[in-house]
Design a protein around this ligand. Sequence first.
Ligand code: GRG
Length: 312
Amino acid sequence: MGAGKSDFTKDWDEVGVDIRSHLQRCSEQVNLWLDRLVPGQEAYPEIIHRAMRYSLFAGGKRLRPTLTITTGEMFGADTDLIMPLSCAIEMIHTYSLIHDDLPAMDNDDMRRGRPTCHKVFGEAIALLAGDALLTRAFQALAEMNVEEALLGRKIRLIAELAAAAGTVNALIGGQVVDLESQGKETDKATLDYIHRSKTGAMIRASVRCGAIAGGASDDEIEVLTVYGEKIGLAFQITDDLLDRLATSQELGKTAGKDQAVNKATYPAIYGVDASREHAARLIDEAIAALQTLDRDTKMLQAIAYFVINRGS
Ligand code: GRG
């Protein structure tokens, strides 16, 4: 069933680009590069590499690296920069999912359509697999092979991702406020902070990193930051809607979890229809921002529609 289609946004097919092939191409490229960048499962100690790969290759949508590749390609970024960068982003994202699923956090049994990492490898190894992916991500960034003139850009990218994965308006900060808010009355400002930080920061950074890697101007980066923030929030609102409206089979993870643990979500606070409308409005605003750029932004527009019309 999905999150339900909004009445006033276009479908992702209507932008006039083949987004399905694009998503597929990006996923294939990311999988290829991830395979190169992460130690093989025969590398000693095998269990940690098997656990990292188990979660990494479990079939995620690869939305964040696709955003980085798409934005980077729009600015002509070099493959040797854009691919390790995209893979580092996916490694950080996967680490956050592994840790989020642990009994100490969300305590989930299913993720990406299969038993969670700790269910298969045990809590200690899952915790370490998350740590290892985070560490490997920064190794991949540090080892990016760039000419001397681009060293400044490379350092800027490392700082950008470290900040997005950090504690201030970022991934860990959002997760902390989310955990602290559970079972309590949560106001709209706190919910907004959680969504913008826990989910939004990495999505925003995925777009910004593609632009930085391609040498976009500060003005262009500013526009893409607005785009990234808006689709990031719309992504999380859609995630809240999907949790409520889709089945566990469709999601590949336990559905209805938010209501079961009395979590503050957009539909819980604003209702389903208002949440859908809000997500659609954010997408319209994200696309309006893109239209101020003197570039071919069609694929980024299609991705924005995908964010709210996706089924998992
Ligand atoms: C443990 C530091 C730390 C943070 C955890 C990612 C996260 C923060 C929590 C996961 C729980 C959750 C539902 C977050 C909201 C949105 C989100 C990140 C969903 C998963 O992203 P998708 O749908 O997943 O892109 P795939 O599997 O397709 O990559």
